[in-house]
Unconditional design. Sequence first.
Length: 188
Amino acid sequence: MRTRTIIAGMIAVVVIVAAVLSLGNRQPSAEREMGAAAEREMGPAPDIAIAADNAVDNIRGKSVRLSDLKGKVVLIDFWATWCGPCRMSIPGIQSLYEKLHGRGFEVMGVSLDSNPSADVAGFIREMKMTYAAGRPSSMDNVQSYTTGSIPQMVLVDRQGRISWKPQAGYSSQMETDLTEHVEKLLAE
């Protein structure tokens, strides 16, 4: 009888630990609300995909709309203050922005933090983002860009078409690919 009690207790502990670990891997509510359940690899987007007009309320007090940037190559970068891979990707994006901004390259950094008390402005200063960055003016068009996983980059060409949308996440190879795609679009 004592052995059964011990085994039952051990099974209960395993189930509780599995449940806690499962909850720890869940995406925060804002991410879940924004996207589809399954992640999928997204290679180059078709040239006919028109980018939905999105706006970010810049921490500098100005709302920046994608439509205001038509004629420029625009990277829309979706991130959150709590996201480790986002922290890893932003310095490379900032560096590319500094290098190519004068040639017509713009970046819109869009915070997907659902917590209203998240210090988005502090994060932007900490990460030294000099491009337009902040919370989206509206979540309406965000769903058309992301499956809910972040970081998610979307590259828009001078005509307002989505030209590149890699799989969500971060790798150093993505920085290389992003640079190549941006330089190619700027040369067109």
